[in-house]
Design a protein around this ligand. Structure first.
Ligand code: HPA
Ligand code: ZN
Length: 370
């Protein structure tokens, strides 16, 4: 039985963009554009593996693990995905992942995402996972990282998709819990490429994790952090992530367009932003009119990449769907779209030669599609 464990204060509804649900958007109308996007080699940097846990897989894993779910069927479960802001989304997301218990469960989860991504011509992905939530249920770190790593290797061998793994600190749990997770993960650091920071931002500023990021860096890991759109003190959090934690990337980060000073710093440091328009496509906080995040960030000269975030909870729309909708919604030109795709490979936490090889595949596609 899934127990609702978290009691978030949903006080930010007015500030948070309402996520777009499947069915709430116009159908995709330009088949030529859809074909161009589908065929394009792509990278993805902001996808939470637990956010790719589809309802049918939840039922299969619950059956395998002897758990009873409080839903009659897949349709009833999906109907419960009724969130309106970050805390109400997180509650559903954390409840859903409780079916993940064994190494094989993590394998199946990661492999299923990689199959879908590869089928959409994603050739490289850096994927988040939230180990603190699994450790709390008594799942050993070896099972979590072991299952995902085995899936990554199999997917590369069988499907040709390359991937790496980013450990996220769950910012609304204690700093001690995050440090314990990092310590438990360090024996597996060869299987990780970086650390990130996700979950509920309210009262959980990035500096709470200063020591964790420092320790991760000493251990050769890259650093990124979520600065979700329209949170309390979004700009303060972006400032800390840029100037104090000196992150290599920022996940979401749209509110930066409200500060010319921070925009200039991000541009000067070539910071890449992993933007997820399905989750937070519109900026509202402190603005007279809502602002399209992708359009505003591009117009500010920032390095935008686009990702799917938690596709299983967002109408099962994976990267191609998200990109097609972004073109429609933000009026992207073909040049802007290809720049976003190129940014996608330039942002990779890979050796320069590997990055160049990925970019060469994109360039070859663009020549053939011209
Ligand atoms: N933001 C914060 N926490 C999350 C997200 C997100 O986009 N997805 C999963 N956990
Ligand atoms: Zn995210």
């Amino acid at each position: 039985m899934l127990i609702h464990r978290r009691g978030f204060i949903a006080g930010m509804a007015a500030l948070v963009a309402v996520p777009r649900q499947a069915g709430a958007v116009a159908p995709i109308t330009d088949p030529e554009l859809a074909r161009f996007i589908a065929g394009m080699p792509k990278a993805e940097y902001h996808v939470h593996l637990e956010g790719t846990l589809e309802a049918d897989m939840k039922f299969a894993l619950a059956r395998r693990n002897g758990l009873k779910l409080p839903f009659a069927d897949v349709a009833a479960m999906k109907a419960s995905y009724d969130f309106h802001d970050l805390p109400s989304f997180l509650k559903i997301y954390y409840d859903g992942m409780k079916v993940l218990l064994k190494e094989q469960d993590f394998y199946d989860l990661a492999y299923a995402y990689l199959v879908k991504a590869a089928s959409q011509n994603v050739i490289y992905a850096e994927m988040f996972f939230d180990p603190q939530e699994h450790l709390k249920r008594g799942v050993p770190m070896a099972a979590v990282i072991g299952g995902i790593t085995r899936a990554r290797r199999d997917a590369q061998a069988k499907l040709g998709i390359r991937s790496q793994l980013i450990l996220c600190f769950v910012r609304d749990l204690s700093a001690e819990s995050a440090m314990a997770a990092l310590d438990a993960a360090l024996p597996f650091k060869a299987d990780l490429v970086g650390v990130g920071l996700d979950s509920d931002e309210k009262d959980n500023p990035p500096e709470k994790f200063r020591a964790h990021f420092a320790k991760a860096r000493v251990n050769g890991l890259h650093v990124t952090a979520h600065c979700d759109v329209d949170q309390v003190d979004s700009l303060g959090h972006i400032r800390t992530v840029l100037l104090d934690l000196k992150a290599d990337r920022i996940d979401h980060g749209g509110n930066i367009v409200q500060s010319p000073e921070l925009v200039a710093i991000a541009r000067q440091r070539s910071i890449y932003f992993t933007v997820c328009p399905t989750f937070s496509g519109t900026l509202r906080a402190g603005l007279k009119e809502p602002v399209d995040v992708v359009r505003a960030m591009l117009d500010a000269g920032l390095k935008v990449t686009i990702s799917s975030d938690d596709p299983a909870y967002m109408g099962s729309e994976y990267l191609n769907d998200v990109l097609i909708r972004a073109v429609d919604r933000s009026n992207l030109t073909r040049d802007e779209l290809t720049m976003i795709a190129r940014n996608g490979f330039e942002a990779a936490w890979l050796p320069e030669a590997d990055k160049s090889a990925l970019i060469a595949r994109l360039e070859s596609y663009l020549r053939s599609a011209a």
